[in-house]
Design a protein around this ligand. Structure first.
Ligand code: RB5
Length: 143
């Protein structure tokens, strides 16, 4: 599985931690920026990562900003993207099982590194349940 990662300055440190984690597991990834803690605009990075996932350059995406809110809003503007902002492992598992979330958002000023990596692990390793959830996901994709 190839993962696209992106962040603004507020999520930069968390993005770097996620990259280390992916590297450790041998999961291929592409880093779409930002590449420092200099202030940038989160909509650009949310959209860039979403386009990479929707366009098939990556299977899934992980985005981080200060809260995870702005960058997830930006990502969800792209058709076919289901970006879930998660603050705990339960949310990460449920959004995979029920929403088939193809992007994960987290907040660098909200979620500590250890929790973020547990969230990332759960989100990567949990499968979509399909069934009645597929009908609802299809409804989302048609909106
Ligand atoms: C940047 O200061 C901050 O607004 C951004 O990282 C994010 O939290 C937006 O939702």
């Amino acid at each position: 599985m190839k993962i696209a990662v992106a962040s603004d300055h507020g999520g930069y440190q968390l993005k770097e931690a996620v990259k280390e984690y992916l590297k450790g597991r041998g999961i291929e990834f592409v880093d779409l920026g930002t590449y420092s803690e200099e202030s940038v605009d989160y909509p650009i990075y949310g959209q860039t990562c979403a386009k990479a996932v929707a366009g098939g350059q990556a299977e899934r995406g992980i985005v981080c900003c200060g809260t995870g809110i702005g960058i997830s809003i930006a990502a969800n503007k792209t058709k076919g993207i289901r970006c879930a902002l998660c603050t705990d492992v339960n949310m990460a598992e449920l959004t995979r099982r029920h929403n088939n979330a193809n992007m994960l958002a987290m907040g660098g000023r909200i979620t500590d590194r250890e929790t973020a990596l547990k969230i990332t692990e759960a989100w990567l390793d949990t499968e979509f349940e399909g069934g009645r959830h597929q009908r609802r996901v299809s409804m989302l994709d048609e909106m």
